[in-house]
Ligand binder design. Structure first.
Ligand code: ZN
Length: 215
């Protein structure tokens, strides 16, 4: 694998950025994974994608990185030298961490960031097959910074202003669909309280993929 793994630390408050290398740690992880028979057929890491034959049987199982490499070769796309797996932001005195997933597919590539911690914000970016990866990463970073800088909800569960953007996700434990705003889950009943304050107003409902930006 030609990937370098590193951790990036961003400080929104003073805009300083420093990059902490965790190559050694990842090298050890990869080494450990080589002994995992249930892992990726190429490197042993966690399986992300099964390639099946015409009968539906799995013939190759690959991790996300090996699958991306295969897709890149197949579609004649250059892979970036380095893909950060984790982005860390300092925001209003708190540390906010985001897992980053890079995916190459037939007609393009995506970067998706999912916050890990108490709040679970999600943002993403989509590019053409030969889109500059650094441009995509910078767009992702600015979208994360924007998501962290905005709060649509008040602590009492009512909307702060006249707009809110979030995403819909299924909660398997509670067996319900939830709406995440500011990275926090709300049930439809909870949102009903907030919406009731706008009786008689117009409402606009618009859907978009996580990798697209809603204004
Ligand atoms: Zn692999």
């Amino acid at each position: 694998m030609a990937y370098k793994f590193y951790k990036m630390v961003f400080d929104i408050d003073n805009e300083s950025t420093d990059v902490e290398s965790v190559n050694d740690w990842m090298a050890q992880k990869t080494q450990d994974a080589l002994f995992n028979p249930n892992g990726c057929d190429d490197c042993g890491k966690q399986v992300d994608h099964n390639i099946i034959n015409s009968e539906g049987a799995t013939i190759i199982k690959l991790c996300i990185d090996c699958y991306n490499r295969l897709m890149a070769e197949y579609n004649n796309v250059d892979l970036p030298d380095a893909v950060p797996k984790r982005l860390i932001f300092k925001n209003r005195g708190a540390i906010r961490e985001f897992d980053v997933e890079f995916r190459v597919f037939e007609r393009g590539k995506t970067l998706r960031a999912t916050e890990i911690g108490v709040t679970k914000r999600k943002v993403g970016v989509i590019g053409e097959p030969n889109e500059d990866f650094d441009v995509m990463l910078n767009t992702l970073i600015s979208r994360i910074e924007k998501a962290l800088s905005i709060e649509y909800m008040q602590p009492d569960g009512y909307f702060k202003g006249d707009k809110a953007i979030g995403y819909i996700d299924y909660n398997f434990e509670r067996d319900i669909l939830e709406v995440f705003i500011d990275g926090k889950p709300y049930t439809w009943e909870e949102l009903e309280h907030s919406v009731s304050a706008y009786e008689g107003f117009q409402i606009k409902i618009e859907f978009a993929d996580i990798v697209d930006e809603l204004e």
